[in-house]
Design a protein around this ligand. Structure first.
Ligand code: ADP
Ligand code: MG
Length: 229
């Protein structure tokens, strides 16, 4: 399992958070959270009905959106007070994302998918290539030169997890990571996510309906109509 310690993991404290979307019918309040605290290294599940605001919460916590009000504190950093460029930098340094549909580039090799951020960023390619190949071995992808589009769905999600772990994130965010997998494959991916977070003490925020995955979390927060239930 990826065993190098994550950088220092800060606590998360959301306060008086409001996220709205402008829709054709008007402004929709998608999320209202008075207070939510998540200690460093917590495995935290987020569940709730479709459209209840789970993805919005994940994106707010991961610095992918700017809230209309409130604080998103990771330790000393309040993402709500950062401009977009600062949030991008924070995210690249701190967070790794895993999505339901993998978001891989099918024409690229498994290795190049893990290295995408390196090709687009200013990181050293040589150093990261060694780490990426090692991560792929650890998540159970024996041939890093295979095209991602030729891998099974479970293997593709493993590649996506390796990619999320590349920069040793203190924070792993996963949006329904097992939803498009069969039960056995989903369980293996859940094992891998949990073990990866535990091995480095990272905080894991996992949106899921999957009882097997939620059962592995330290705590599960339920959201309904944009509020903690
Ligand atoms: P969940 O992940 O729980 O299914 P979401 O956080 O995706 O819920 O969505 C919460 C609400 O916000 C839904 O009503 C959804 O339609 C709306 N919504 C989500 N993203 C956007 C967006 N980019 N623009 C407008 N409305 C959105
Ligand atoms: Mg969602």
């Amino acid at each position: 399992m990826p065993s190098t310690a994550a950088r220092e993991v800060p606590p998360l404290l959301l306060r008086d958070l409001a996220v709205e979307y402008r829709q054709r019918e008007g402004v929709l309040r998608a999320l209202t959270i008075d207070r939510l605290e998540i200690p460093p290294g917590t495995l935290c599940g987020i569940s709730g009905p479709s459209g209840s605001g789970k993805t919005t919460l994940l994106h707010a916590a991961g610095g992918l959106l700017h809230p209309q009000a409130g604080e998103i504190n990771w330790g000393e950093d309040d993402l709500a007070r950062m401009g977009e460029a600062a949030r991008d930098r924070w995210r690249r340094r701190m967070a790794g994302f895993v999505f339901q549909d993998f978001h891989l580039v099918p024409e690229l090799t498994a290795l190049d998918n893990v290295l995408l951020s390196v090709w687009f960023g200013s990181w050293s390619a040589r150093r990261h290539t060694t780490r990426a190949a090692g991560l792929l071995r650890e998540v159970g992808i024996p041939d890093p030169a295979r095209r991602a589009g030729l891998l099974s769905r479970g293997e593709q999600q493993r590649v996506a997890i390796a990619r999320a772990l590349l920069h040793r994130p203190a924070l792993i965010l996963a949006d329904e990571p097992t939803a498009s997998l069969d039960a056995v494959t989903g369980a293996a991916v859940a094992d891998l996510l949990v073990a990866s977070a535990r091995a480095v003490g990272a905080t894991l925020l996992a949106v899921s309906h999957d009882a097997a995955l939620l059962g592995r979390m330290d705590v599960v927060h339920r959201i309904d109509k944009g509020r903690l239930a």
